[in-house]
Design a protein around this ligand. Structure first.
Ligand SMILES: [Zn+2]
Length: 149
């Protein structure tokens, strides 16, 4: 499993809807700022959870630890938002998707894909960090055949 830092994509401006930071979540957001992609894994039932949680949602164990995630997955579904909520209006239209990571984690995130890219369910994607001027956000982008390892 490749745990190199996620690729960075620079974005002009600030996050439209910054994440709420807490003592628990700052591990995730501070790591993401450096390209570190991680979540929590239960030390009792061994299940991986995303987003990270201080208590395992499968067996309620409080014994969780941080674990690196791989960057690769496939696109489960997607849509392009044209009529965006007010805070995201300046970024519309933008694509969002549901991604299944290789580890079995399913998550929703922004998709970095212009309107010239044909998004299709099952296509390979990789996670990236959108580096806004005031902080990071995770996102996925299609892996085109010529870019694959
Ligand atoms: Zn558990």
């Amino acid at each position: 499993m490749n745990h190199n830092p996620l690729p960075m994509v620079s974005v002009t401006g600030n996050l439209s809807y910054p994440p709420r930071l807490s003592v628990f979540t700052q591990t995730f957001w501070n790591g993401l700022r450096a390209g570190q992609w991680q979540t929590t894994c239960c030390e009792d039932c061994k299940k991986v959870t995303f987003p990270p949680k201080p208590v395992c949602p499968h067996c309620w164990s409080p014994r969780v630890s941080w674990q690196p995630l791989g960057s690769k997955g496939v696109l489960y579904s997607w849509t392009r938002i044209h009529a965006a909520p007010a805070v995201f209006a300046s970024e519309s239209p933008y694509a969002v998707g549901i991604v299944d990571l290789t580890e079995g984690v399913r998550l929703a995130c922004r998709l970095v894909a212009g309107t010239d890219v044909a998004l299709t369910p099952g296509m390979p994607v990789e996670m990236v960090v959108l580096r806004y001027e005031d902080g990071p956000l995770f996102a996925a982008r299609p892996v085109l055949e010529s870019q694959e390892d």
